[in-house]
Design a protein. Structure first.
Length: 334
């Protein structure tokens, strides 16, 4: 019975691998409305590490096209090209568009810098993946193949997400023309890389929407770093009628859960909000504080103010821990 089960499992693996060369829909993964094709594996990528499910596919990496594209060989000998989901490294075989990388100037210098970092991303992929056996998994929000017929997949090496690693090392941006399942997590990771000037962001970006004091600051009690990932002071329409469109988003750049119970957020006019008991941000997680009223939950808190707090023209976000020590003082605008 055991040998029969093993044979069935091997047959299923070969059939799945063989699908790589079969005609499949090429609904563009570049389209936000793209949906998964029948037979796609459930996404199992859980940044920053992942343990692939049994239905994921092991392949050998036989060539590196560039930082986000590789050629692979399946167990049955068939070959295919894989485009890494959720990431976009600078081009090495085409002209770069600096406007795709926030803060990088649209100049020859900006394009040359991106080309250099595209080459670095390609070399990193070469060093980490060439000749290795890796695991491919797929995303339930995306088709198995993209517009150019390439497989769209997450690549796992020893349980870690290679795709996600490109973001955290500043070798890629989040690919925004995609509805992949981990958009928010990848966006947070990109924001941290930009805020800390990691990789291409420190070398190529001469201006950034996230500036100065955005570098993660360790909590005064020795806890993991907290930082301000977004300040949305100018709500759509009349700020007074759209209080929840005014918000500040915080992110945990550490590897441990950050407990904000009793911490406070203030502005220059000393409007103060105290985080409720039990408020936590998981590793690589975010928490958004809206000015208006609502039901707390799912990473969103509501200040309950009856008028706007954050000045559109400029203000300071001040975060203090439970002991009253300043953890973050982030200026914007002005």
């Amino acid at each position: 019975m055991a040998s029969r089960a093993a044979a069935v499992a091997l047959c299923c693996l070969l059939v799945l691998a063989g699908c790589a060369d079969s005609p499949v829909p090429t609904d563009g993964a570049d389209s936000p409305s793209a949906t998964a094709t029948p037979g796609s594996s459930t996404a199992i990528d859980a940044p920053p590490a992942a343990t692939p499910k049994p239905d994921a596919v092991e392949v050998e990496v036989i060539d590196i096209v560039d930082g986000d594209t590789i050629d692979v060989r399946f167990p049955n000998g068939s070959k295919d090209t894989v485009r890494l989901l959720g990431v976009d490294t600078p081009e090495v075989h085409a002209e770069n568009d600096p406007t795709e990388f926030p803060g990088v100037p649209d100049t020859d210098a900006g394009r040359n810098c991106l080309r250099e970092w595209g080459e670095r991303a390609s070399q990193y992929a070469e060093d980490e993946l060439a000749g290795e056996t890796v695991t491919l998994s797929f995303d339930e929000n995306e088709p198995r193949r993209g517009y150019y017929g390439r497989l769209l997949a997450y690549v796992h090496v020893d349980g870690d997400s290679f795709n996600y690693g490109l973001i955290t090392k500043g070798l890629a941006r989040r690919y925004d023309s995609s509805n992949f399942q981990y958009r928010e997590r990848y966006g947070t990771a990109e924001g941290i890389a930009r805020g800390t000037g990691t990789g291409l962001w420190g070398a190529c970006a001469t201006e950034s929407p996230r500036t100065a004091t955005e570098t993660p600051i360790p909590a005064a009690d020795g806890g993991p770093p907290l930082w301000v990932s977004e300040i949305h002071a100018d709500a759509a329409g009349d700020d007074r009628e759209n209080l929840n469109g005014e918000y500040v988003t915080f992110a945990n750049a550490g590897e441990e859960t950050l407990d904000l119970s009793g911490w406070t957020v203030s502005d220059e006019a000393d409007h103060t909000y105290t985080f409720p008991e039990g408020t936590e941000i998981p590793p690589n997680g975010t928490l958004t504080l809206h000015t208006g009223s609502g039901e707390d939950g799912d990473g969103h808190l509501y200040w309950g103010e009856g008028s706007p707090v954050w000045n559109n023209g400029g203000d300071t976000v001040i975060v203090r821990n439970g002991s009253g020590e300043t953890v973050i003082e982030r200026e914007y605008g002005g």
